[in-house]
Write a protein that binds this ligand. Sequence first.
Ligand SMILES: Nc1nc2c(ncn2[C@@H]2O[C@H](COP(=O)(O)OP(=O)(O)OP(=O)(O)O)[C@@H](O)[C@H]2O)c(=O)[nH]1
Ligand SMILES: [Mg+2]
Length: 342
Amino acid sequence: MTDQIAVPEAVSSTDAVTEVNSLTEAVTEPVSVTETLAETPDADAFRSGFVAIVGRPNVGKSTLLNHLIGQKISITSRKAQTTRHRIHGIYTDEHTQFVFVDTPGFQTKHMNALNRGMNRVVTSSLRDVQVVVFVLEALRYDERDQEVLKLLPDNRPVLLVINKIDEVADKGQLFSFAERVAQDYKLSHPAGFADIVPVSAKLGSKLDELKVALRRYLPEGELIYDKDDITDRTEKFLAAEMLREKVFRYTGDELPYSTSVVIEQFKTVGKLRRIHAAILVDKEGHKAMLIGKKGEKLKEIATQARLDMEKLFDGKVYLEVFVKLRSGWADDTRVLRSLGYE
Ligand SMILES: Nc1nc2c(ncn2[C@@H]2O[C@H](COP(=O)(O)OP(=O)(O)OP(=O)(O)O)[C@@H](O)[C@H]2O)c(=O)[nH]1
Ligand SMILES: [Mg+2]
């Protein structure tokens, strides 16, 4: 195996997504720690295990998790730091159960108690899994990614996923990008990446290839969750998250970071769910921004959240949303604990 990368002719064409696969072979070498797992004699035996998805904020980790399991359970937005909790997304087929662990984007600035807690979720998730997926945005690799790279274990397989390849017109550039990152990784992790898989999480392309690559590194084992489960989180948690997503998507730049959501009532009557939710804001002025002119902003947020909940729960939802002032919540460990932050 050579470290040199030869770029095949086909890859320099703009429509070469399918050719990009071969970059894995070109850039990676077999990882000794993973060989025993990858070469388990009975290739058809059932395998199961945990796969952590880590990376800096906004690279598309939650989008990837949702598309890997085929259901939206983890919230996403254009803004960084959307995910605040660890969430398991489960995908089961006849020979594998993958438990994907979505994590918050690793923070390198604004260190309040919330962000420190989010970083702890990342480091503890890395300890508890069999395989790690390190996500980068195609052609972007900077010191924020390197901070995450430093945390990656060297006793378990780490797969590099290069996401958002739909945004790269010249797919040939992905080879030199992958090589640069792989070389940098080897400086601190001599075994190198177990595999490199370019994907578009948003378009769902190359995700089957990613599952095949990941399966090789999962141990033989029984089901960890029921075969029909898609997440470890409760409907109450998911409801709060769907609402928080809409706050992220429908308000300006600053507001989402100073808000949180609590579910004050969650009752299921037949197929109807009655949910009372409160959006906590940090400053009086934020209340007005969230409510909007004649309450229109809040109404839009609540309607969109309700539609997502109905889709996810497959039933009608009656949702009431209140806005409440709770100053300093993001730096108050007691409040954070009550909001479910670890
Ligand atoms: N073009 C393109 N955009 C993507 C892709 N995957 C994710 N995105 C977008 O990238 C943005 C961030 O996606 P998220 O899934 O929220 O990213 P994240 O890494 O979970 O972010 P944090 O939770 O904040 O760490 C969203 O606007 C997504 O729509 C992709 O494959 N292609
Ligand atoms: Mg996320």
